[in-house]
Write a protein that binds this ligand. Structure first.
Ligand SMILES: O=c1ccn([C@@H]2O[C@H](COP(=O)(O)OP(=O)(O)O[C@H]3OC[C@@H](O)[C@H](O)[C@H]3O)[C@@H](O)[C@H]2O)c(=O)[nH]1
Ligand SMILES: [Mg+2]
Length: 619
């Protein structure tokens, strides 16, 4: 018997001579791992191995990595490779993972910005916000964007240069403060903020936070959870991909945002939150600069409708790279409302009686609402569900093939799982809903590089840095329009090869106005803003009254009543006819015309740029 095993093992190793000649440097555990690799079709990993004595440390390093990959995946590498082969074969055949289910258009909650219902929902959301925890999934590489840094460090807009992470933190803090104001017991709560990172993003995310004093959040409020990566695959046989710079290293990539559930579960945070009386967990992605426009109202919807799961959605253009929210009904009667990812929607439709696949209907949009992957889960039922599943989420593979033969990939792929697949295991009694909002208000992700964005079919969103920034100005302009400000209509311009609407460059800090009813109280009189204007409001109690802006206005007010009796306001006004900014606390009003700007504003601008944080200076 023993000799039979030995001979089959030696057959196995003789299939990989350059490994076989190195067996002497390996430990018994490492030899076991080598066996697993060979048994699972990974002989190619050793083709480049040099003779014993050369690069031995690298060889041992290789097995350290293999041991980690093997132990961090349930069932080890053998299970990973097996699942990968199955999923790759299905993908090559174009097999429908939703076999037996027929898709139909679900009905959900529709919100219209600024109407009574919207305003009510926002107010309700603010009440609930102090019982919420926010979870940002930010472990992704941003491959399509072609940017090497972390995406949350990118500016959300270039008028103020505020990065996404700062904007998210300031939005959460603004919600925290607004929620405290309306809280019945008046007790201070710190909204927890969790960031899921990966090896690609972890240290840079931590550095960004530390270098900026957590953008004003208490460090104890912020928690980083790092996801582990999985091995990349080179071909349909699930051969593991070697690093092109180091033949003793396997390429790895993140396993997908679905890891967030198992990480939250194992972190023990859910129990802590339940004990602290929290009720909601809000998940969101790295670069949607409009997201917080949608959060208060959708949280209000969750609370009013008592949804266990509420996904945020926007009207979707056919073939747009966002998932479609779909009702799936199985032949056996089961049904669920779930995201069907963008690469799967077309084949699913074609296979189930919609021969044209993913196309727009008479509205000019796909009949399936587009998932923006902002999920609001009710904490109690979420925790119960994770206790059953341990947070495991069903995997998939999404190779980018070189051509229609589907025999080779443009770059290596890997298994992934998605956080929005969470409802798949829920019982039929679970209340799963979704909330649709206007795109201009809620969704402008930064995912595509300019070259690829310019190739997006006409009429579909670019999802680029250019369109993302322009969307901020458009949303803010439209919100102010709704609040009664005459904001001039945009002009069309081609920027980075993309035709975009350029509105007045209007930005404000979240603490200035989180919800529409707040914003309305900050704006009064007859205000108008020309298209070529820039306005940045960087303070809380800034009231805009009879403002006529045709130039640039930057209001910087630091409101720390204990230290600074008055609000500190600096104005930079470029070619404004007449500008009024009144300040509630001091009652002072500055009126400046063009000549005064030339005299004061210019110097102030120099100081502003030259010495940020010098709070003592005033006009
Ligand atoms: O392993 C990962 C991968 C991704 N992520 C994060 O997950 C978020 C989404 O990643 P991507 O931007 O690549 O997502 P995609 O564009 O492919 O699709 C996603 O957003 C649009 C939705 O309609 C899709 O349904 C959703 O899957 C990012 O914040 C990213 O940082 C991780 O945290 N870990
Ligand atoms: Mg992606």
């Amino acid at each position: 018997m023993a000799s039979k095993v030995d001979s089959s093992v030696s057959d196995l190793f003789s299939s990989a001579p350059s490994l076989q000649s190195n067996l002497g440097i390996l430990s018994p555990d490492q030899i076991e791992l080598a066996k697993i690799l060979l048994e699972n079709g990974q002989r190619h990993l050793f083709m480049h191995w040099s003779e014993p004595g050369v690069f031995d440390n690298e060889k041992l390093g290789f097995f350290d990595q293999i041991a980690r990959l093997n132990s961090s995946y349930p069932g080890g590498l053998a299970a990973y490779i097996k699942t990968a082969k199955e999923l790759l074969a299905d993908s090559k055949l174009g097999k429908n993972p939703y076999d037996g289910f027929s898709p139909s258009v679900p009905s959900g909650e529709n919100l219209t910005f600024g109407d009574d219902n919207f305003i009510e929902m926002e107010k309700r959301g603010v009440v609930e916000a102090r019982k919420a925890a926010f979870v940002l999934v930010a472990g992704g590489l941003g491959e399509r964007l072609g940017y090497n840094g972390i995406k949350v460090a990118l500016p959300r807009e270039t008028t103020t240069g505020t990065c996404f992470l700062q904007h998210y933190i300031e939005s959460i803090l603004a919600l925290q403060e607004a929620s405290l104001k309306v809280a019945s017991d008046g007790s201070q709560t710190d909204i927890p903020f969790i960031i899921m990172t990966s090896d690609d993003t972890h240290s840079r995310t931590q550095d960004l936070l530390e270098l900026n004093s957590y953008f004003g959040m208490k460090p104890t409020q912020v928690h980083l959870l790092k996801q582990e990566k999985v091995a990349c695959l080179d071909d349909n046989d699930a051969r593991l991909a070697l690093d092109s710079n180091n033949k003793y290293k396997i390429q790895t990539k993140p396993h997908g945002h679905g890891d967030v559930h198992s990480l939250l579960y194992s972190s023990g945070l859910l129990d802590k939150w339940l004990d602290a009386g929290l009720k909601w967990v809000l998940f969101f992605q790295d670069t949607n600069g409009l997201l917080f426009n949608a959060i208060p109202a959708s949280l209000g919807v969750s609370a009013t409708k008592q949804y266990h799961v509420n996904s945020l959605a926007v009207p979707r253009k056919a073939k747009e790279a966002i998932g479609g929210i779909t009702k799936l009904t199985h032949a056996d009667g089961r049904s669920m409302v779930i995201n069907v990812e963008y690469n799967q929607l077309d084949p699913l439709l074609r296979a189930s009686g919609f021969p044209d696949g993913d196309v727009n209907c008479e509205t000019g949009y796909s009949p399936f609402p587009g998932n923006i992957n902002q999920l609001i889960l009710e904490l109690g039922p979420y925790k119960e569900e994770l206790q059953k599943t341990g947070g495991a989420i069903k995997e998939f593979v999404n190779p980018k093939y070189k051509d229609s033969t589907k025999t080779s990939f443009k770059s290596s792929t890997r298994l992934e799982c998605m956080m929005q697949d969470y409802p798949k295991t829920l019982p039929p009694t679970a209340r799963v809903g979704f909330t649709v909002m206007d795109i201009w208000l809620a969704y402008a992700p930064v995912k595509n590089n300019p070259e690829d964005a310019a190739k997006v079919p006409k009429g579909n969103p670019y999802h680029s840095a250019t369109s993302g920034e322009m969307a901020i100005y458009r949303a803010n302009s439209r919100i102010l329009q709704k609040a009664g400000v005459k904001v001039e209509e945009p002009v069309k311009q081609v920027l980075n090869g993309q035709e975009v609407e350029v509105w007045s460059r209007i930005t404000w800090k979240p603490k200035w106005g989180m919800i529409f009813s707040d914003i309305k109280t900050k704006v009064s009189g007859n205000c108008d803003i020309s298209q070529r204007s820039t306005m940045a409001i960087r303070g809380r109690n800034v009231f805009i009254e009879n403002l006529s802006l045709d130039g640039a206005l930057i209001v910087d007010s630091i409101d720390d009543a204990e230290v600074w009796k008055d609000y500190f306001i600096s104005l930079v006004i470029v070619s404004c006819e007449q500008t009024y900014v009144s300040c509630e606390k001091t009652g002072e009003t500055w009126r400046l015309n063009q000549e005064q700007w030339l005299d004061h504003g210019n110097r102030r601008l120099q100081r502003h740029i030259g010495s940020r944080g010098n709070k003592n200076q005033r006009f």
